[in-house]
Design a protein around this ligand. Structure first.
Ligand SMILES: Cc1cc2nc3c(=O)[nH]c(=O)nc-3n(C[C@H](O)[C@H](O)[C@H](O)COP(=O)(O)O)c2cc1C
Length: 159
């Protein structure tokens, strides 16, 4: 196989959602890289209206578990990213119906960037969309213009 084909296979074709993680901690420097990668995704109008919030504390992870209607996989993730959007920032340029649509797309692209970068580092992920929005937004103390769109479980696969 050509080098590019190997890379395509590693990054995309063999990616699978992982729900069983080992306890291995992800380096702080790598977490920062992943946040940067998420923020570098395309954004409608070039407006930075998303935030990528890392969750590492065990108590906070337990809170995330509750916020996903108790999905077991959430409990053993060593790292969780919450991708949030801020409507106020984007409505300076876009109005409905594009506004809501673009917020979702921005968040999804950021999450996908992180998923692909994780693949490169041999780190597994699971995209979690089943969220109790009000619950998790209270936890993050978000304003009414800010919404949590995606939760991403991140960690090394359990052997
Ligand atoms: C919008 C969206 C929402 C999802 N929500 C959940 C979820 O709440 N819990 C979960 O375990 N997986 C969730 N997933 C992951 C899918 O179940 C998974 O991607 C799908 O079964 C295909 O498997 P694969 O990722 O291994 O290819 C979600 C994926 C997407 C794109």
């Amino acid at each position: 196989m050509w080098d590019n084909e190997i890379l395509i296979d590693k990054l995309f074709l063999s990616r699978k959602s992982e729900r069983n993680f080992s306890n291995k901690i992800i380096d702080k420097s790598l977490i920062d890289i992943l946040i940067n990668v998420g923020n570098s995704a395309p954004k409608a109008g070039g407006v930075n209206c998303i935030s990528i919030v890392p969750i590492l504390d065990k108590k906070d992870i337990l809170f995330c578990y509750k916020a996903t209607f108790y999905q077991e996989s959430v409990k053993n993730a060593p790292l969780i990213f919450l991708v949030t959007t801020n409507k106020e920032k984007l409505n300076t340029i876009y109005k409905e119906p594009h506004l809501s649509n673009f917020l979702l797309q921005n968040a999804s692209l950021a999450a996908m960037n992180i998923i692909t970068a994780c693949q490169l580092y041999g780190i597994s992920t699971c995209y979690i969309g089943g969220l109790r929005y009000n619950y998790i937004e209270q936890f993050l103390n978000l304003s009414k213009e800010e919404k949590v769109i995606i939760m991403l479980l991140v960690g090394y696969k359990s052997c």
